[in-house]
Design a binder for this molecule. Structure first.
Ligand code: ISE
Length: 342
């Protein structure tokens, strides 16, 4: 082992956690995967068995406490994040936590407070879009001032398909949450109000599920963000962001070609290229850069990227979004005063 190699443990090795395990074990520099944990112990054993020197630990908190684990990736469901992050904070271990931070704003705020009380940041949130080369270049261009003030953002977020258990609420909490972070990242402002509209659902939506959804954010400075989230589009994974400024526009995630049309076919969706099947392909580079930035920061003793505050703000917006989903009416976002948190 290199002297300063970061020894990483991963909690949760479902789709995303297994992808991160491969990344840490094979792609990211100066890091070594040492342990994984999952309630499905057979799955944990199977992932551990793919790499030399990696063991499966049955209890996630035992993984956090293990002496040879320097830092932890949390890719478990949001409902267990609070306990697992608190354990990492208690143990003083750097943590990269997948979104959502937690399932509601009260528990997310408890984590913001717990981290601040311990006096130094330890947690990076897994909003990977910020590391995607196109989103990062877009942000740089906006920050340069060349396009003038940002006025509007239009986000498109389509998945090929999801299981029937992915209900309307999950579209807000698990999918729209990315656009919440994109809006806050692009504007550098909080979201003050959200409206979630329910168009007539696709025939592919299970009974009672609102898919697609349209969400509208009103930003603190008055800007507006429109979002389409459609998780059963049948075609593939399409994520785009168009930012409208006073002197120009910029688009991240735009495919090239004259007419851009996707449809379901034998070969899947196409536009003269291939529409990626899911986020692992579309954001592969973003995940590589996100994990490398996290490892490098941990080794320097720092935290970079989205914070627990970003996770909390996203939870608060989604909570208001769920209320709006029920009525279609605008709902104000209730956010704690950052200045009073210490
Ligand atoms: C999933 O959990 C993700 O994080 C993906 O990025 C998102 O596109 C998808 O809708 C979510 O289910």
């Amino acid at each position: 082992m290199e002297e300063h190699e970061l020894r990483v443990g991963i909690i949760g090795v479902g789709v995303m956690g297994a992808d991160h395990a491969h990344r840490i074990a094979r792609l990211v520099g100066n890091a070594r995967l040492v342990a994984v944990s999952d309630p499905d112990t057979a799955r944990a054993q199977a992932v551990a068995g793919q790499y030399d020197g990696v063991r499966a630990i049955s209890g996630p908190l035992d993984l956090v406490a293990a002496d040879d684990v320097d830092a932890v990736v949390i890719a478990s469901p949001g409902s267990v994040h609070e306990e697992q992050i608190l354990a990492c904070l208690e143990a003083g271990k750097y943590t990269l936590c997948e979104k959502p931070l937690t399932m509601d704003s009260a528990s997310s705020l408890r984590l913001v407070r717990a981290e601040r009380e311990r006096g130094r940041p330890l947690v990076q949130l897994g909003f990977m879009r910020r590391f995607d080369p196109e989103y990062a270049r877009m942000k740089e261009l906006l920050s340069s001032g060349r396009l003038g003030r940002t006025l509007l953002v239009h986000n498109t977020h389509r998945n090929k398909d999801v299981p029937d258990s992915f209900r309307s609420e999950m579209i807000v909490r698990d999918s729209l949450v990315h656009e919440v972070d994109v809006a806050r990242f692009v504007f550098d402002e909080e979201i003050e109000e959200i409206t979630v509209l329910s168009p007539a659902p696709s025939g592919h939506s299970p009974e009672g599920v609102v898919d697609p959804q349209i969400a509208i954010f009103r930003m603190a400075g008055g800007g507006i963000v429109t979002n389409e989230v459609f998780v059963r589009s049948q075609v593939g994974y399409e994520v785009r962001c168009e930012v409208v400024c006073e002197r120009g526009t910029v688009i991240a995630g735009r495919p090239w070609g004259d007419l851009y049309s996707t449809a379901v076919g034998d070969a899947g969706g196409s536009w003269g290229g291939t529409v990626p099947a899911d986020f692992r392909a579309r954001f592969a580079r973003a995940y590589d850069l996100e994990l490398q930035a996290w490892v490098d920061a941990c080794r320097r003793g720092e935290v970079v990227g989205p914070t627990t505050w970003d996770g909390y703000a996203a939870s608060a917006v989604c909570e208001a979004g769920l209320k709006s989903l029920a009525t279609g009416a605008p709902v104000p976002v209730d956010l704690a005063d950052a200045a009073t948190l210490g």
